[in-house]
Every structure is written in structure tokens, then in C-alpha cells.
Design a protein. Structure first.
Length: 28
């Protein structure tokens, strides 16, 4: 029932969240 656009936004936000967490983990 999910649209491809919604899934694309979800994957993109997950990627950004993971990269931001990686930066925080590396800097600390």
C-alpha cells in the first residue's frame, strides 16, 4: 500500500540519519 515515492523518501531519510550518526560517532 506504500507508494514508491514514499519508500524513496524513507530510504533517503534513513541514509541521512545513518550518515549523521556515523559523523557523531567518529567525532566523539
Amino acid at each position: 500500500m506504500y507508494s514508491p515515492a514514499f519508500r524513496r523518501v524513507f530510504l533517503l531519510s534513513a541514509l541521512v540519519l545513518r550518515s549523521s550518526i556515523n559523523e557523531i560517532y567518529i567525532s566523539s
